[in-house]
Design a protein around this ligand. Structure first.
Ligand SMILES: *[C@@H]1O[C@H](CO)[C@@H](O)[C@H](O)[C@H]1NC(C)=O
Ligand SMILES: *[C@@H]1O[C@H](CO)[C@@H](O)[C@H](O)[C@H]1NC(C)=O
Ligand SMILES: *[C@@H]1O[C@H](CO)[C@@H](O)[C@H](O)[C@H]1NC(C)=O
Ligand SMILES: *[C@@H]1O[C@H](CO)[C@@H](O)[C@H](O)[C@H]1NC(C)=O
Ligand SMILES: *[C@@H]1O[C@H](CO)[C@@H](O)[C@H](O)[C@H]1NC(C)=O
Length: 534
């Protein structure tokens, strides 16, 4: 043990050590796959569109978002699906627990659609997969037969037969959960014979049909014994090897600040070693500490460099998401073409087609969302100048969002109560638990213009202790008008996101209402100051 730590420390000094989280921001249920010299990680997307992000790395340290396996609305069947009540009884629905496989020279992404787990409605998660030769063009959806959760497609290298392994139910009455698998037809989703294994952390068998034996090294990973550890909720591991034969795992975990975890479940890394008796050990049999470093690859810059999006080109950047299945066209990127943007030279912009929905409804508002990836960061958005005034039902703003029940919005909008101004800065704060889409509490502040001039910015300041919302004009000092606690943003299986939105707030956006949108978004990152213990 001692020699290993000395090695890790000496490598850290030349910035050759992986640190956790491996992929910050909510990136749960990571499933790692290595093909040749390249690593791929697919993660759950729940209610975000496009679905199932795929990250790629050559060195295990630096990860780039390269694709989404569910890249068309008709492949993400989650219209009207509920998010979360901010309590553990109701978990997030949507697209869960993807796996990646490489079979006969093709990538397969297998996942499940959760429409609800309500025993009254008797809806059950359904499995499906899509495949691709290049991770850019994806096939149509193939639906599979069994029900359950956490599907994985794999090919037995000895027989060439393909199997679908799932955490399944024995039947719909007893509802006993266990790992089961069947031989499967990749083109139709039809299952052949089924074998059922034990409910264990890791098990092995000489054949895919069992019998199975449980590992003496179980549980392989468990941070739950010490509730004071910053890293908790470890689980959902997937093993891979490196081209030179070393083993590691990706898994999910939360970083806790006291009892709060708005960022959600992130993608983590652990070394894996195989004992002489053939059973694996994760993280040297120890709990995961944030200070640990692993000599498997380079250390990315920390804090990360600022991130900026000027919405140039005609496509939205890969790291933006919409909610649920976007069945209407909710925005356009740089509709003016090169050099014509009102955002100035070199700029583009995003223009919304606002609809009747807000972030508070179980639908698809005109909004794009970006994952919070640090506990100490800023998110600043510059508005498109508006030629004309907004009515009291028309809003353009940003939000700190965790579900339709829990989000804090700051927007520019026609004033409701303020007689001294035409346009107001308005804060809508929805922390309601649980219940129907809550009526947020609102406050408004006079805005010193009758329109939105160039250079208006809205800001979120995310800190380890609180969030603040504010606004500024032309880089002058920020007026912070609202603050709230981390616990006001409870998360379920996904995590907090910053949102840009425009809304008619239950009324259609009038044909003669002004065009609204954003010129630019910028995020800046600072030291988070988190230790091994909360
Ligand atoms: C992996 O390498 C094999 C053999 O060189 C090649 O046929 C295959 O296309 C490669 N796959 C990927 C995804 O790079
Ligand atoms: C959690 O949600 C369930 C179902 O809506 C509800 O019955 C329960 O009261 C909620 N619990 C809390 C602590 O809010
Ligand atoms: C603003 O709108 C008015 C009325 O439609 C128009 O006359 C004017 O040219 C517009 N100004 C700009 C800067 O687009
Ligand atoms: C307007 O005033 C009413 C009555 O005081 C209050 O309930 C409401 O929250 C106010 N709305 C805004 C946007 O300030
Ligand atoms: C967060 O960042 C700010 C700005 O750089 C810094 O002053 C503060 O110390 C950081 N907080 C922690 C907990 O490190």
């Amino acid at each position: 043990m001692a020699s290993r730590f000395i090695l890790a420390v000496s490598l850290a000094s030349c910035a050759l050590a992986i640190k956790n989280p491996l992929i910050p921001g909510w990136n749960p249920d990571p499933h790692v796959l290595r093909v040749n010299d390249t690593y791929y990680v697919a993660v759950s997307s729940f209610l975000s569109f496009p679905g199932v992000p795929i990250y790629q790395s050559q060195d295990l340290g630096n990860w780039e978002l390269v694709s989404h396996a569910l890249n068309a609305p008709e492949k993400v069947p989650i219209v009207g699906v509920r998010q979360d009540h901010g309590n553990a009884t109701n978990s997030d629905q949507g697209i869960w627990a993807p796996s990646l496989s490489y079979i006969n020279g093709r990538f397969y992404m297998t996942t499940m659609a959760m429409w609800g787990s309500d025993t009254v409605y008797r809806t059950f998660p359904r499995f499906f997969w899509v495949s691709s030769s290049d991770l850019q063009t994806w096939s149509e959806v193939i639906w599979a037969e069994p029900y359950g959760i956490d599907p994985d497609l794999w090919q037995d290298p000895n027989t060439g037969k393909n199997y679908l392994s799932v955490m399944g139910l024995d039947d719909n009455r007893e509802r006993l959960w266990g790992i089961s698998q069947c031989e499967v037809d990749l083109d139709t989703g039809k299952c052949g014979g089924t074998g059922t294994g034990h409910r264990v952390t890791i098990a092995r068998s000489d054949t895919p049909m069992g019998p199975w034996r449980s590992s003496p090294t179980n549980p392989l990973l468990y941070n739950g014994a010490d509730p004071d550890l910053t890293v908790g909720n470890t689980g959902h591991a997937m093993f891979s090897d490196t081209p030179d034969g070393r083993w590691f795992a990706t898994f999910l975990a939360r970083r806790w600040i006291g009892n709060d975890n708005p960022i959600g479940r992130e993608c983590f890394f652990s070394p894996v070693e195989w004992r002489e008796d053939g059973w694996p050990v994760m993280n040297y049999g120890e709990p995961i500490l944030l200070s640990q470093e692993y000599d498997y690859g380079p250390t990315p810059a920390y804090p990360p460099a600022p991130w900026e999006d000027n919405f140039v080109g005609s496509q939205l950047g890969l790291s933006w998401y919409q909610l649920r299945t976007p069945y209407t066209q909710n925005f356009e990127v740089n509709p003016w073409g090169d050099g014509q943007s009102p955002c100035g030279s070199g700029g583009g912009g995003i223009v919304f087609n606002p609809n009747v929905f807000t972030l508070g409804e179980r639908d698809t508002p005109a909004a794009v969302l970006h994952k919070q990836t640090s506990f100490n960061m800023t998110f600043s958005a510059t508005l498109l100048p508006i030629n004309g005034s907004l009515g009291r039902s028309q809003s353009i703003g940003i939000s700190m969002y965790s579900s339709e029940y829990t989000h804090q919005d700051i927007s520019i909008r026609g004033c409701v109560n303020t007689t001294s101004a035409i346009q107001c800065v308005r804060v809508d704060s929805s922390i309601q638990l649980p219940g129907p889409a809550g009526t947020p509490s609102s406050k408004e502040f006079p805005f010193p213009y009758d329109h939105v001039p160039a250079g208006v910015q809205l800001h979120v300041r995310a800190e380890p202790t609180r969030y603040r919302l504010g606004w500024s004009v032309n880089g002058e000092s920020i007026a912070w008008v609202h603050q709230f606690r981390l616990r006001d943003l409870p998360v379920g299986f996904d995590g907090a996101m910053f949102a840009l939105f425009a809304s008619g707030n239950s009324l259609p956006w009038p044909l003669n209402a002004p065009q609204v949108g954003f010129c630019n978004v910028r995020e800046e990152f600072f030291e988070e100051g988190l230790g091994d213990y909360r």
